[in-house]
Design a protein around this ligand. Structure first.
Ligand SMILES: NC(=O)c1ccc[n+]([C@@H]2O[C@H](COP(=O)([O-])OP(=O)(O)OC[C@H]3O[C@@H](n4cnc5c(N)ncnc54)[C@H](O)[C@@H]3O)[C@@H](O)[C@H]2O)c1
Ligand SMILES: [Zn+2]
Ligand SMILES: [Zn+2]
Length: 338
């Protein structure tokens, strides 16, 4: 079968490889779509994602497809089911797994990171991480259940309530997801700061963002204003503005991933005086069911945010930044008919 293999750091090759065998607890999936994100950029460049990827490896931790075979112990899915896979596999034995914080697992493995993922015709996953896709959700939309779940985990770490006024900093795919998600979780006003006029306008006209700020064009985010601030860029300057724009009693979700050696400055008196909560967020534990329900109910509309459909050849252009403004790219492997 055909696969896009990361054969070395910064080297992607289309190869003919062996179709994987199914173990008793595993499911074989005919891939429909595989999403591609910043983590894949990092893995491609030889940097760690949620875990280290060691070439040769098939990336594709965001994915969807149709079950074509199940191992003898599998009870939750059957052949023909439309599914999506939570890439993260927790050990169930470490201190974090045994204290209900599996995302912090000391022995994390992941489909599309430490084992082959969706950039191939068929891939396997343990049945424990395979989820049925509701009938009214397309396999293309289902391919981004993993990033949606990361955002759902982030909002689940906050105390949200309708009176709050929220600001999302970052008009990438994740920031755009948060605009819809915060409203789905009941927050009455969500504002968006970004750098791309078209995206800011779309989120205002179509997805309910109230005020938008183009910070590249000099728009100033008001200080001390927001009960909830989601930082979804990962740069020191946006992390600093997340703190500055938070109101007294504010909660700041540091969702963006900064460089391993990056730091940002925080005024210690502000932390005290505002009684700030600064919350990190790592991956997506136990969030797939909520994410699929949000897609099925229409509270999350992701297809308009999915800007690029790639094939194996154009993945290289994506990781090398040749595609211009990409909100979200997916690789069409088998397509809806997979
Ligand atoms: N915590 C997690 O589990 C998790 C999961 C997925 C992604 N992330 C991180 O979230 C961040 C956003 O993800 P993404 O996929 O949307 O990435 P992305 O790179 O597509 O988006 C970042 C966006 O930020 C915008 N931006 C750049 N500078 C800005 C500025 N000064 N002010 C406002 N906006 C600015 C750009 O328009 C860009 O689209 C990344 O850092 C990513 O690594 C974290
Ligand atoms: Zn991802
Ligand atoms: Zn563990």
């Amino acid at each position: 079968m055909e696969a896009l293999v990361l054969t070395d750091t910064k080297k992607l090759e289309v190869k003919d490889i062996q179709k994987p065998e199914v173990k008793p607890n595993e499911v074989l999936i005919h891939t429909a779509f595989a999403g591609i994100c910043g983590t894949d950029h990092a893995l491609y460049a030889g940097l760690p994602g949620s875990a280290d990827a060691v070439p040769p490896i098939v990336l594709g931790h965001e994915n969807s497809g149709v079950v074509t075979e199940v191992g003898s112990d599998v009870t939750n899915v059957k052949v023909g089911d439309r599914v999506t896979v939570d890439p993260n596999i927790y050990c169930g034995q470490c201190k974090f797994c045994r204290t209900a914080r599996p995302e912090l697992c000391e022995n994390l493995s992941a489909v599309g990171v430490t084992r082959d993922g969706g950039f191939e015709e068929y891939f396997t996953a343990p049945s424990s991480v395979v989820y049925n896709v509701p009938d009214n959700v397309s396999l293309k939309a289902a391919a981004v259940t993993e990033p949606i779940s990361c955002a759902v985990h982030g909002v689940q770490l906050l105390k949200l309530t309708p009176y709050q006024k929220a600001l999302v900093i970052g008009d990438g795919f994740m920031g755009e997801l948060f605009v819809q998600l915060l409203q789905a979780y009941g927050v009455h006003q969500v504002d968006l700061a970004g750098i791309v006029d078209e995206k800011l306008a779309m989120n205002k006209e179509k997805f309910g963002a109230v005020n938008t700020y183009n910070t590249m064009k000099g728009d100033k985010i008001p200080a001390d204003e927001y009960d909830v601030v989601i930082e979804a860029v990962g740069l020191p300057q946006t992390q600093e503005s997340a703190i500055e724009s938070s109101a007294r009693g504010g909660q700041v979700l540091m969702f963006g991933v900064g460089g391993p050696d990056a730091h940002f400055e925080m005024n210690t008196y502000e932390v005290f005086q505002k009684q700030l909560t600064v919350q990190g967020s790592f991956i997506n534990p136990n969030a797939f069911e909520d994410s699929l329900a949000l897609l099925s109910s229409g509270k999350l509309d992701v297809l308009p945010l999915m800007s690029h459909e790639l094939d194996y050849k154009t993945v290289d252009d994506f990781v090398n930044g040749k595609l211009g403004v990409v909100s979200k790219a997916v690789v069409k492997v088998g397509g809806e008919e997979a």
